[in-house]
Design a binder for this molecule. Structure first.
Ligand code: CO
Length: 296
């Protein structure tokens, strides 16, 4: 490894683990398998490879663009979904973030191709000085030319140590942003394509949470569960992360109380506004003189 890459070795490792886990998930996802088992196996694999999940694996079906992760009592069986798998890996604080879409319906290959091509074409134009608007334009043009819409209120993002979403926000359409990509930037390009209107809304039944404050808690069980939550170091978690130590009903009650105390934030699943089908692809990129795709 050359000296320049050596400086980013933890990011390279995080990216490699994320891509290995992404490929592993393709082996275990098939019709008839429980979504919950897939989620647990993917996160176990991340730990087996020496990292931790940077966020609960997102397994969002059909019209849901993102932020669906099964709860411990989820009964969903994988059948004919368009299934988005978004994997985040944290290795020594460095993060690898990658996603792909599986077409189990066997009827939506063009939609899936649209987001895949959009990432590919965006990476092709990347150089030091490329503007965020230019990236958004390539993504938008690619998706629209294939007959679909990009989701405009979801975007790619910068990455930092223990932080899965930092500046800049990388648009999935031409928003005219003239901010330039600089050398040393690490970021995720994450287009979503849909046959719907091109926007998501917030749905119900969140199962992804993140600690935002550290206010004192009176109730003893809630306090114990909060102590456990603090170990995630402000990375997102789900109820699945807590049920090894606490019963699900206690976890649910504690999360409600922590929400009321403003100690945690919840991330609800994100359906497309017109319930269009949604595909997603994502890679993490390190910008040097050339872009290095860390999750290749
Ligand atoms: Co991402």
């Amino acid at each position: 490894m050359n000296a320049e890459l050596e400086e980013y070795k933890d990011w390279i490792t995080a990216g490699k683990i994320a891509s290995d886990v992404r490929e592993y998930s393709k082996e275990i996802i098939k019709p008839g398998v429980k979504l919950l088992d897939v989620a647990n196996k993917i996160e176990d694999k991340i730990r087996e490879l020496g990292a931790i999940p940077a966020f609960p694996v997102n397994l969002s079906s059909d019209n849901f663009a993102a932020h669906y992760t099964p709860s411990p009592d989820d009964e969903t069986i994988i059948e004919k979904q368009i299934l988005k798998v978004d994997v985040g890996v944290c290795y020594k604080g460095a993060i690898g973030d990658t996603a792909f879409t599986l077409d189990l319906s066997n009827q939506n290959s063009e939609l899936i191709e649209a987001s895949r091509k959009a990432v590919e074409n965006a990476i092709k134009i990347l150089k030091v000085g490329t503007t965020l608007g230019e990236i958004g334009k390539v993504i938008e043009d690619t998706i629209v030319n294939l007959g679909f819409q990009p989701i405009r209120n979801l975007s790619g993002h910068g990455l930092d140590l223990f932080q899965i979403h930092t500046k800049p926000s990388i648009p999935n359409y031409d928003n005219g942003d003239t901010t330039e990509i600089k050398k040393g930037m690490i970021f995720a390009i994450e287009p979503f394509a849909t046959n719907g209107g091109g926007k998501i809304r917030e749905g119900s039944h969140p199962n992804i949470y993140m600690q935002t404050n550290n206010r004192p808690i009176r109730d003893m069980i809630t306090r114990k569960i909060f102590e456990e939550i603090k170990q995630f170091k402000q990375l997102p978690f789900s109820t699945r992360d807590l049920v090894a130590k606490f019963p699900l009903n206690q976890v649910k009650m504690a999360l409600k109380r922590l929400m009321m105390a403003n100690n945690i934030h919840e991330y609800p699943p994100l359906p497309e506004v017109s319930d269009g089908l949604v595909s997603q692809h994502e890679h993490t990129i390190l910008m040097l003189d050339e872009p290095v795709v860390l999750t290749k």
